[in-house]
Design a protein around this ligand. Sequence first.
Ligand code: ZN
Length: 271
Amino acid sequence: MRSAEIALRICVFQSRAIAENFTMRLLLLSDIHANKFGLEAVLAHAQGAYDQVLCLGDVVGYGAHPNECCEILRDSRAWCLRGNHDAAAINQLSIADFNDIASAAMIWTRNQLSVTNISWLESLHSSLDREADNFQAVHGSLRDPLEEYIVDIRIARYSIARMSRGVCFFGHTHVAQWYSQPAEQQTAPMKTDDFLRGGQKTLDATERYLVNPGSCGQPRDGNPQARYALFDTLSRALEVRAIGYPIDAARAAILSAGLPQELGDRLLAGE
Ligand code: ZN
């Protein structure tokens, strides 16, 4: 057998082994929004429990540490998607539809970002499809990866109909939540629940799931704790965790940066 043929056979064997036998433990993060205190607390809390970080976008915008958050993710070799705030920060999305507070924060963020971090944000994609690990990921939805909010079953249905894997992770709403529907029955009733205080769920192989790990840096479900999730791609075990972090420090940094006070206050309320 020629060496090139042997190498090819080994390669095929290895990729089958990865697809069939090996698992990946994902650390799922979303909507960090330049809150380095939330991000650092989550990474410390999850230490040892994951193999790969997957960030579902909105690394920057609102908070006081956009460069630090980009650098932490780069250092972690995270897979990171581009969110609408990340796109706005590099002038690839207009802020005409942003409210006054979000606009003010975005103009401030654009002035802060380093050339290196702008280049990194420019390199990000808005969706990810991992056939071998049977998952997809977007910031918003599969219908509009950047901007659509999946806030109810009616809207979730459009994304489930577009799914090609067993689970699709999403962010953007800042609410830890899941939706599901039987894979072979697109007219079947959908199920949904949230993870207000965290929780565990093993995903059923016969269902398709949309899963939002919640926001690491600006939760909006009334619980101000940072949210993240762990997912085992082989056992399909999902765990969403809600943890405390130095909210007062994140708020103080927003105020001392001259960002709108409301952005600090909302962290206290988790809204
Ligand atoms: Zn966001």
